[in-house]
Design a protein around this ligand. Structure first.
Ligand code: HEC
Length: 132
């Protein structure tokens, strides 16, 4: 049973993974803020791996923690290390998957930069524009 569920999840991730590079997927998003290459990569990885539970553009979703609140100053995972620890280890039994075998440290760092930028109001909702 678990195996069936897991493989369904990976199929979904693979399907999503192919999507951001296609223009069709991005057409709905308004071009947003100018961001660094790292923040742009964070947006991409977040959209593939996190948005289905935490909401597109980190705008919240009833199924998971609101990461705009979580990473704000004083929030439970406001710091880079605290955030990354949850992302890599997950919270087994509470619905937060572990990403240690899915994301590299650089990809996790990039996601943090993007989410933190959203929480601080530096990055608007929508598809950001990478700096040339
Ligand atoms: C399958 C759904 C799901 C996916 C996919 C998911 N999360 Fe979560 N996440 C959750 C849930 C549910 C919680 C709340 C767990 C709890 O109650 O402690 C959570 C909690 C968190 C927390 C802790 C928030 C807090 O306030 O303590 C962080 C940070 C986080 N997720 C980041 C991410 C990132 C980054 C990604 C993508 C790499 C991601 N999550 C993908 C479901 C998900």
């Amino acid at each position: 049973m678990t195996c069936v569920k897991l493989s369904a999840r990976y199929v979904a991730l693979v399907a999503l993974g192919a999507a951001p590079s296609s223009d069709g997927w991005a057409q709905g998003a308004q071009p947003g803020s100018q961001v660094s290459a790292r923040e742009y990569e964070g947006w991409r990885q977040y959209s593939v791996h996190c948005a289905r539970c935490h909401g597109q553009d980190v705008l919240g979703n009833p199924v998971a923690a609101n990461l705009l609140e979580s990473t704000r100053d004083g929030g439970p995972v406001a710091g880079h290390e605290a955030f990354l620890a949850v992302v890599l280890a997950g919270r087994p039994g509470r619905g937060m998957p572990a990403f240690a075998e899915v994301l590299s440290k650089e990809q996790g760092d990039a996601i943090y930069s993007y989410v933190k930028g959203r929480a601080e109001g530096k990055i608007a909702a929508g598809r950001p524009k990478p700096s040339p």
